[in-house]
Ligand binder design. Structure first.
Ligand code: NOJ
Length: 590
């Protein structure tokens, strides 16, 4: 296949703040959703104009703008305008002073290449890119390739890994001190080139579907993020305890071991508010169950820990063990709530429990069913849910993800997995959050997710998965969280101490010094690695961890203020994000 840009266009419909065009057999629409927010939709032959997306919050947009026609069209809002050349169709934007941004590259514009859709924007003079959600490497993304396709990356991934667990195809750019934003809303695989192949060009490609993108006029980072999170939603204010210090391990293997860890914190006077139960609390890794030998009385254990001031969060995985005697599997199969192969069979692959089926969370009935299955956990006193492996991650072949041709029945709206892959994690988190909210309406739900798509912040906080106990990953944590904060995910954190590999005394202390200033502060490590609880390496390291965690506790009123602001405006919520080395953080306060 070869790339074909759209050609000449004619106006077919004008409405307040919106113009619809026809270019060949495609429909193109440009809408001013707000004075500083424009939407462009490019729908090829036979495809309906449809902006429905898991990324979007329920905002009530009232398109408004004046359409002027002279040499081409101009849709002006007073703060910015979309400038539309008709022959050929090329779209660019300008602020109220006429400064151009996000201007289509003259020859390439937007168009199609086989099933793929592509957008080419000329780079503004000195334009630099940031954001792009959860990424590896440094803060600035100028000169890079970005891939948006959720995977469980290889163990010990480095800064060279282009895509990891979540996909947020949104970027904030800076030029001459002015910030703009661009969000390509498409959950197929996306590949971006931000002035890498050609220093004068940014290319945004999605492997299929429609080209729908949003342009934010800023002009401050704060304004861009505020508008972006109005579009894709904001986190709800979490419970205060979710800001406290948290301790996890894969896995605390028994009720006795958990009690010992709880004692360890209290006897040493190290603050801790939340303890985590990883996969070994389950009966044969069957989600929503308990291993009754190791955890004979979950409700009793949780109540006892609660008395000592701890909340308990448990892990859930989307892989449902194929076992006719297991209620979750039998119900899901009976009700047709799982993903299918092209031949209409249940799609199976291997995860922790062995052979599994996978809920199709695009189906509202599957989400409701999954959400309702949190009832046992709620009754037992579980305070929050940790959604893991939801790229989804599969073991055959090792560390693969769901094949693109799997069918997602969608409760009557069947689609190929390729179209919705990047939303799997968000939709699982949404099912969990909605379920918890229904089951315990008087409590603020806490959901943690590994995978997701733009807008995931409405459902869950995000931790960055399996980092390693390396200095490199401590360094990478800062720009990684800053870019997440610049992409709408205000509540985020990395595993303190590092997950894979063995931590050591100084690394743990330095990780904790940094970690207590993350929005989400949890120490977690992998099976088979040395212990890394704050006291694991003795003095003086234990004292350093105690002091740093104590400092976070003293800062809680201030941090909660930042969280309140994040819930209201989408602003990045952590001290480390705000006072980071980047300089952009200071600018974001403007
Ligand atoms: C992968 C997760 O990223 C990790 O945090 C967890 O401990 C393991 N799965 C086991 O559940």
């Amino acid at each position: 296949m070869s790339y074909a840009p759209v050609g000449d266009a004619t106006v077919v419909e004008r409405a307040d703040g919106r113009v619809r065009l026809r270019a060949g057999d495609a429909t193109v629409e440009v809408t001013a959703l707000a004075p500083d927010l424009f939407r462009v939709g490019y729908f090829r032959a036979g495809r309906p104009v449809d902006y429905t997306s898991e990324a979007l919050a329920d905002a009530d947009w009232r398109p408004a703008g004046e359409l002027r026609e002279s040499d081409g069209l101009e849709l002006a809002t007073g703060e910015a305008s979309a400038r539309i050349g008709l022959s050929p169709l090329r779209i660019g934007f300008a602020d109220a002073e006429g400064r151009p941004f996000a201007v289509d590259q003259a020859e390439l514009g937007m168009g199609a290449d086989g099933a793929a859709v592509r957008l080419h924007k000329a780079r503004g003079d000195g334009e630099r890119w940031f954001g792009c959600g959860e990424r590896t490497a440094g803060l600035e993304k100028t000169g890079s390739e970005q891939i948006f396709w959720n995977i469980d990356p290889p163990m010990g991934h480095s800064a060279a890994q282009l895509n990891i667990y979540t996909s947020i195809p949104f970027t904030l750019s800076l030029q001459d001190g002015r910030a703009r934003g661009l969000f390509v809303d498409n959950s197929h695989r996306q590949t971006w080139d931000l002035a890498k192949a050609d220093p004068g060009l940014a290319t945004y490609e999605a492997a299929g579907g429609d080209l729908v993108y949003y342009v934010f006029a800023g002009p401050t980072p704060r304004r861009v993020i505020e508008r972006y999170t109005e579009l894709t939603g904001r986190m709800a204010l979490p419970p205060l305890w979710a800001l406290g210090n948290q301790q996890s391990r894969w896995s605390y293997m028994s009720a006795e071991e958990v009690r010992g860890i709880a004692r360890g914190f209290r006897e040493r006077d190290i603050p801790c508010d939340v303890l985590y139960l990883d996969i070994d609390h389950m009966d044969g890794f069957r989600v929503f169950t308990w291993d009754r030998e190791r955890f004979p009385d979950p409700a009793g254990l949780i109540a006892e820990l609660r008395e000592q001031g701890f909340r308990v969060v448990v892990i859930t995985d989307p892989g449902v063990k194929i076992d006719e005697a297991y209620r979750l599997y039998a119900e899901g199969r009976e009700r047709g709530l799982f993903c299918l192969t092209h031949d209409g069979e249940e799609f199976h692959n291997v995860v922790w429990p062995g052979l599994c089926a996978f809920p199709d969370f695009t189906d509202p009935a599957a989400r409701e069913w999954w959400g309702d299955h949190h009832a046992g956990h709620v009754e037992d006193g579980v305070a929050g849910v940790w959604c893991d492996m939801n790229e989804p991650a599969l073991f055959v072949p090792l560390q693969s993800t769901m094949p693109e041709d799997v069918v997602r029945p969608g409760g009557g709206r069947a689609r190929e997995h390729a179209e919705v892959h990047n939303t799997y994690g968000s939709l699982m988190a949404r099912a969990a959050r909605d379920g918890l909210a229904r089951l315990a309406p008087d409590r603020r739900p806490l959901v943690i997710t590994r995978a997701g798509y733009a807008g995931l912040q409405r459902h869950a906080l995000q931790w960055t998965g399996d980092n390693s106990s390396w200095w490199e990953h401590l360094w990478m944590a800062m720009p990684q969280l800053q870019n997440m904060g610049l992409s709408g995910v205000a509540f985020c954190g990395v595993d303190v101490g590092g997950f894979f590999g063995d931590a050591n005394a100084e690394l743990l202390a330095r990780f904790t010094e940094f970690g207590v200033l993350q929005p989400y502060c949890r120490n977690h490590s992998a099976k088979g690695t040395v212990a890394q609880e704050p006291w694991a390496f003795g003095e003086p390291w234990e004292r350093i961890c105690r002091e740093m965690i104590g400092r976070r506790m003293r800062l809680l009123p201030y941090l909660y203020g930042l969280f309140e602001e994040a819930a209201r405006t989408g602003a990045p919520s952590s001290t480390c994000i705000r006072t980071g080395h980047s300089g952009i953080a200071a600018f974001a306060r403007a």
